[in-house]
Design a binder for this molecule. Structure first.
Ligand code: CP
Length: 365
């Protein structure tokens, strides 16, 4: 693990090691206070964030390190037209590790090809959010005592919700997980995740339209916000925004030990009256995000100290270069930056852009 761009960059053993380290940090806070003394984390946030950016900042501070970066690309030389790839080459001169959030899918992957320090994907468009996944896994582990043999309901915007995509990828490697997808037709999980992640790994999946019909069966209910910023049709957003609202009444049919998660921010999808229910774990989930990011920073710096090559640029280790093709996804990083086209075949043989996972077969001759 040199970088963390996608949940699948971690083997199951590495994922488990991060979770175990986070649990040790929780139990022995003082032992980690000097762990990153003299090290610097750069937070490069091209898209708004409260939890992810501040929890990375708090994590590095609790490890005794320092933090630099920007919370708004408009205050950096990005506003003058500097590319992501140039930005990370520059920031690699100042920091030991980079956490990047970007509205373009694949931007952190492109960054990892040019940075000489580890890059962590802190969320790229609708694509992936692997550190939220580690947060979610640690929370499930602490709340339920295990990350297997659970029935987990995902409710809301499963189309654009990157936290759902990343968490499903991670859960598909655990045993005994049954998934219930609860969404309107327009916000269904993308087919490629349904096939390549759920079906491919024999993870049982069912789809329903209401949370009430499955509530009594669930061990975990993962609520999500309808992602206004990803819609191109505002009328469609207005029609779908309040499809699901979790209330104490709806929770009354749930198991007494069911856990309600939400990556936050919430808008309307969970009423505040649910917050005092002991099953509402979403604010505990926020704090877990800091501990798991502390663990991840420690692991990535350890690995970088041992193995990082001086020039990571141009390695393109996770795909084949394919100069004659280009990705047709308008929100892929390749649409705006001059990064080398990179495609790979997924488990089903479909040719996909390595940055955003859009299918390229339509373009292939
Ligand atoms: N969960 C999450 O990513 O929150 P932020 O957008 O506030 O970072």
């Amino acid at each position: 693990m040199k970088h963390l761009i996608d949940s699948s960059d971690l083997s199951l053993a590495e994922e488990s090691a991060v979770i175990e380290l986070a649990l040790d940090i929780i139990s022995h806070r003082d032992a980690y206070r000097e762990k990153c003394r003299g090290r610097k984390l750069a937070t490069l946030f091209y898209e708004p964030s409260t939890r992810t950016r501040l929890s990375f900042t708090a994590a590095m501070m609790e490890l005794g390190g320092n933090v630099l970066g920007f919370a708004d690309a408009a205050s950096s030389s990005v506003s003058k037209g500097e590319t992501v790839t140039d930005t990370v080459r520059v920031v690699s001169c100042f920091a030991d590790i980079i956490a990047m959030r970007h509205f373009k899918e694949g931007a952190p992957l492109a960054a990892s090809h040019y940075a000489t320090v580890p890059v962590i994907n802190a969320g790229d468009g609708s694509h992936a959010h692997p550190t939220q996944t580690l947060t979610d896994l640690l929370t499930i582990r602490r709340e339920k005592g295990r990350i297997d043999n659970l029935t987990i309901g995902f409710c809301g915007d499963l189309r654009y919700g990157r936290t759902v995509h990343s968490l499903l990828r991670a859960l598909s490697r655990h045993s005994g997980i049954e998934v219930v997808l609860i969404s309107p037709e327009e916000l269904r999980l993308p087919e490629y995740i349904l096939h390549n992640v759920c079906e491919r790994h024999n993870m049982p999946v069912s789809e329903v339209r209401t949370m009430e019909e499955v509530m009594p069966r669930l061990d975990v209910l993962y609520m999500t916000r309808v992602q206004k910023e990803r819609f191109t049709d505002e009328a469609q957003f207005e029609r779908l925004r309040d499809t699901y609202i979790l209330t104490p009444e709806k929770l009354s049919s749930a198991k007494s030990d069911m856990v309600v998660l939400h990556p936050l921010p919430r808008v309307n999808e969970i009423t505040q009256s649910v917050d005092s229910d002991p099953r509402a774990a979403y604010f505990r989930q926020v704090e877990n995000g800091k501990f798991v990011r502390m663990a991840l920073i420690c692991k990535l710096l350890e690995e970088a100290d041992a193995t990082m090559k001086p020039a990571a640029a141009q390695q393109h280790e996770n795909g084949c270069r394919c100069e004659a093709m280009h990705c047709s996804n308008p929100v892929c990083i390749t649409a705006t930056e001059d990064v080398a086209p990179l495609f790979h075949r997924d488990e089903n043989g479909t040719l996909r852009c390595a940055y955003c996972e859009a299918s390229a077969d339509a373009e292939a001759k």
